[in-house]
Design a protein around this ligand. Structure first.
Ligand SMILES: [Zn+2]
Length: 213
């Protein structure tokens, strides 16, 4: 079951208080509507009843998808109740991830629903970044985001966005797999630690290994 509760929230625009429903847990299989609102990020959209301003409110949430066997924990803190239930989940083959932002959270849902490996996706995104910059398509500081689009027929579609345009990449998964096979330990993660697997994490692998060399 999904759990929600009503909390008081102070509007960041007009400073007045209003009541808002927030979810502690969402069960994707039992509640497909909530699942859709998580995948789109709409769950976090709210509107102030006083000044009518729309904005996003991020709060800690545990998202469970039993069909695709993954649990996402949207949380900026690494401390939480979820630590108590990681063991049985890992034993049952679940992938566990912590997401720092709503964007990471929604992207992770689509990666796992598509049946892709998120470590591989982050590496592919990093490769796209390097290619984009090396081919002088733009400077690193021009890039506003690197987004996973989809995984189909062995190809990952990734968009590198800049303010004015950007570029789409189609990356064969087999190429990224070969890259990972060269150093499997580097990319190893532990689900029981509910790791953060994002762009910062993948960059840290290379800056740390460069530092050791
Ligand atoms: Zn307001």
């Amino acid at each position: 079951m999904s759990d929600s509760r009503i909390v008081k929230y102070t509007c960041p625009y007009c400073g007045r208080e209003f009541e808002m429903e927030i979810y502690d847990t969402v069960n994707a299989v039992q509640e497909p509507d909530l699942k859709e609102r998580c995948a789109s990020g709409d769950l976090f959209k709210t509107s102030c009843p006083h000044c009518k301003q729309d904005f996003m409110v991020q709060y800690p949430l545990v998202y469970i998808d039993q069909a695709n066997k993954f649990v996402l924990w949207l949380s900026t803190s690494e401390h939480g109740e979820i630590g108590k239930i990681t063991k049985p989940l890992v034993q049952n083959g679940y992938r566990l991830r912590r997401c720092l932002t709503i964007r990471e959270f929604t992207e992770k849902i689509s990666i796992f629903e598509d049946g892709a490996d998120d470590v591989l996706v982050e590496l592919a995104k990093y490769d796209c970044f390097i290619e984009f910059v090396d081919n002088k398509k733009g400077k690193p500081e021009d890039i506003t985001s690197i987004e996973y689009q989809r995984y189909e027929n062995g190809l990952l579609k990734i968009n590198v966005r800049t303010d004015d345009q950007g570029m789409s990449f189609l990356i064969p998964v087999s190429i990224v797999e070969e890259e990972m096979e060269q150093d499997p330990e580097l990319y190893a993660i532990r689900d029981d630690e509910i790791p953060v697997v994002n762009d910062e994490w993948i960059r840290s692998l290379f800056t740390e290994s460069a530092g050791q060399a």
